[in-house]
Design a protein around this ligand. Structure first.
Ligand code: CU
Length: 759
């Protein structure tokens, strides 16, 4: 019988004896059933609301040169009663969502940015009522890193696991808090996460004391909201040329390995919702650490695009876990974190009591002067800095100023170590070495069985064998062959949750077409129950493999059993030749069918690290394993927002015959259409008596998908051909549509031959 305890949710501002964070509100619940309420709405940054004569008065806020915030109103003069005392009035920075000091619209959760941290104990039943108070947008919250065992329809992916939550509606999520560790929640509806719909979700290990910790939420930040950004770039992508907010080819940032970091115009970044644009004096987040003590930081990258290298001046980081899973601690100077990942790090207060810079820098070292082909890129170092800072303050230090610290140097005698590099190493002269995820060992803990995904062959030893009876190996190509895609398929999301089994809600993949020339479809891969699934996620075959990806799986964690890197020039750190372990079986460009060239590489099956989001290096590959013991529809996608939305995603339909049905009354949704006969029957007063028939013949062709993609792909040279192809496509479909049975023309399985996209 379910225990219905009175909710005893404790609202606390994290102010432990050990460590304190800036303005991150935590909701800690240690009960077996925990209730939370999240209210989603939009607001504007750099505004302040005050009570004035019994009414709420909202004004813009100006950032002064000294970093303080003052109210501002163009109406602030004696001619406007009630506004006389607006201009120049100082307001506490805690009462303002400042982001980077530039005003724009954002999404808040419970009026907070980032949203409140949810903290529960492993095994608790978590009940979250999400209320959508957005004006016109639907939403849905994904619980990133939680496995939703037995409740896959609670995974929070609109149109995949549930209907979107419409404006004014609420939806109650109810699920088990498992596994323990650092996770987060965020909108999974298109680009909504970028605008602020996120927060940390901490699951404390059962039967262990709750150790105070601080979420450190990283976010690359843009001065244009996600929707207009997306419209602009979709316009660019679909009409040849780059979007308004995309960098031109010669402006794009590159990392040491000669791989492009991003195509987005970098504005700024935020740590727990705060940063600075340029050299302005916007308030920054501050973390406190006791001298001689330590702080436990839970770093989460919720942002859409740029990876960050996180460090604290003059301090070592001890990395203890990633994506919630403990690993053998490693002491490093910095950790690189990609969108969707989390890292737990301990920082010891061993330096002189003072203020120190906390830094999250992008991987930019320069830009390209020869940008194509990707294996011949020439990168020229530049002094463009892309970073966000926060402040580490030793307890007792009261100085009200910025830190003046610098990073410690890396020398031959005292080299630096970087955790989770996307490449094999740094240029020699930097005296910096990489610890890659395949160098990492999981830390076995007594409660491993409960908290960590039921790992496979965990103590079986290193192996080259994938022939075991229950290992199913699936090769997945992430190399941008036709833009953001997996195995030559750009994902088209369904129009109704998959458990509804609405045939018309998905666009089937034309396998022959997808293999031959690429396609757009609702890409689903069936995996049987209770097998070891080995995913080989490869990103090879230049010239298209020009970016690293961070791939996230829902419903599982996986073991990272192997990673393969390209070859590098040791002096410069530059990429030279792609890894050749994976061999294409068909078209080299698309490579929708692949295998191992000489059998699988050495797989670490002894103590591989567990993660739910992992790097797939450019011109290399990553091999992961999980046990298919959690029936459901699970997204697998790149956590770069643009890549995902362009189609670098698929659904794993795991144990299709064992999906638990959603509870009675679970919302349903989907497309609606009706026929002329039904319409006539309605006019005649017959109403719904006529059974639903086929919809009307569609006479307007929807071929632009074909046309615009071809246009964007290769530019003007094929404009005429593409236009002609589209015309033929329309003509054929009109002819088809004119003959019974009538069909709608869907944008299905459109042939693609493009290298558009990326970002
Ligand atoms: Cu990606």
């Amino acid at each position: 019988m379910t225990r219905h305890l009175a909710p005893r949710t404790i609202i606390i501002l994290i102010m432990s004896a050990l460590v304190a964070a800036q303005s991150v509100l935590s909701q800690l619940c240690t009960d077996s059933v925990c209730h939370f309420s999240l209210v989603i709405r939009r607001t504007k940054t750099m505004t302040h609301t005050r009570n004035l004569n019994g009414r709420r008065d909202t004004n813009s806020v100006k950032l002064r040169d000294d970093g303080r915030l003052e109210l501002f109103s163009p109406l602030g003069n004696p001619a406007h009663p009630g506004k006389e005392n607006v201009n120049g009035t100082l307001v506490p920075m805690e009462e303002v969502i400042t982001t980077d000091g530039v005003q724009r619209n954002v999404i808040t959760v419970n009026d907070m940015f980032p949203g409140p941290t949810i903290e529960v104990v492993e095994g608790a039943q978590v009940v979250v009522k999400v209320t959508n108070k957005l004006l016109t947008e639907a939403t849905g919250i994904h619980w990133h890193g939680l496995h939703m065992r037995s409740t896959p329809y609670m995974d929070g992916v609109p149109y995949v696991t549930q209907c979107p939550i419409m404006p004014r509606e609420s939806f109650v999520y109810r699920f088990n808090a498992e596994p323990a560790g650092t996770h987060f929640y965020h909108s999974h509806l298109r680009t909504q996460r970028e605008d602020g719909l996120f927060g940390a979700f901490i699951v404390h290990r059962a039967r262990s004391p709750i150790v105070p910790s601080i979420p450190v939420i990283l976010h690359d930040w843009y001065h244009i909201e996600a929707t207009p950004y997306w419209i602009s770039n979709m316009f660019g992508l679909e009409h040849a040329g780059d979007g308004e907010y995309m960098l031109g080819a010669y402006e794009r940032p590159f990392s040491h390995d000669g791989v492009k970091v991003s195509s987005r115009v970098f504005n700024s970044a935020l740590i727990n919702g705060r940063g600075r644009f340029g050299d302005n004096r916007a308030p920054l987040s501050t973390f406190m650490v006791p001298s001689g003590g330590h702080g436990n930081f839970r770093i989460i990258h919720v942002g859409p695009d740029y990876p960050f290298r996180f460090s604290v001046d003059q301090h070592e980081l001890t990395v203890t876990a990633s994506d919630g899973f403990d690993m053998t601690p490693r002491r490093v100077q910095s950790v690189i974190i990609y969108p969707g990942e989390s890292y737990d790090v301990r920082i010891n207060g061993t330096a002189r009591p003072d203020l120190y810079w906390v830094r999250a820098e992008t991987l930019r070292v320069g830009h390209c002067t020869k940008c194509y082909p990707y294996d011949e890129v020439v990168v020229v170092p530049d002094d463009v800095t892309e970073e966000v800072r926060a402040i580490l303050r030793y307890q007792g230090v009261t100085a009200d100023r910025d830190p003046t610290t610098t990073k410690r140097g890396c020398t031959n005698d005292n080299p630096c170590h970087v955790f989770n590099c996307p490449f094999a190493g740094y240029p020699e002269h930097l005296h910096t070495s990489c610890i890659n995820m395949n160098d990492v060992e999981a830390l076995a803990l007594p409660s491993e069985g409960a908290g960590q995904s039921k790992a496979t062959d965990r103590y079986a030893g290193h192996s080259r064998t994938t022939e075991a009876a229950d290992v199913i190996e699936i090769f997945l190509n992430f190399n941008f062959a036709i833009g953001s895609s997996v195995n030559g398929r750009r994902f088209i999301g369904p129009t109704a949750p998959l458990h509804q089994n609405t045939t018309a809600a998905t666009v089937p993949c034309d396998e022959e077409l997808c293999l031959r020339s690429g396609c757009r479809c609702t890409h689903m891969i069936d995996i049987p129950y209770n097998q070891t699934i080995q995913l080989v996620m490869y990103n090879t075959f230049a010239p298209t493999s020009q970016t690293h990806h961070s791939v996230h799986i829902h419903g599982h964690a996986f073991q990272v059993v192997a990673m393969g890197y390209p070859s590098y020039n040791k002096t410069t750190g530059r990429y030279m030749q792609p890894n050749t372990d994976v061999k294409c079986k068909n078209d080299l460009w698309l490579c929708t069918d692949a295998t191992w060239r000489d059998g699988p590489p050495l797989l670490n099956l002894i103590n591989p690290p567990l993660k739910d989001t992992v790097l797939v290096p450019a011109n290399g590959y990553t091999v992961v394993r999980f046990r298919s013991d959690n029936p459901g529809h699970w997204m697998l996608h790149c956590h770069n927002d643009q890549h995902m939305n362009e189609g670098m995603a698929l659904v794993l339909r795991e144990a299709a015959d064992r999906h638990p049905p959603p509870p009675a009354g679970f919302p349903t949704c989907g497309d609606f259409t009706w026929s002329s006969e039904q319409y006539q029957s309605a006019l005649d007063g017959g109403g719904p008596a006529v059974p639903p028939g086929p919809p009307d013949v569609q006479t307007t062709c929807t071929a632009p998908d074909l046309q615009v993609i071809a246009l964007s792909a290769v530019g003007g040279a094929v404009v005429m051909a593409a236009t002609l192809a589209a015309a033929i496509y329309c003509a054929i479909n009109r002819k088809k549509a004119a003959s019974p049975p009538a069909v709608t023309v869907a944008a299905d399985a459109v042939p693609l031959k493009s290298n558009v996209g990326d970002a």
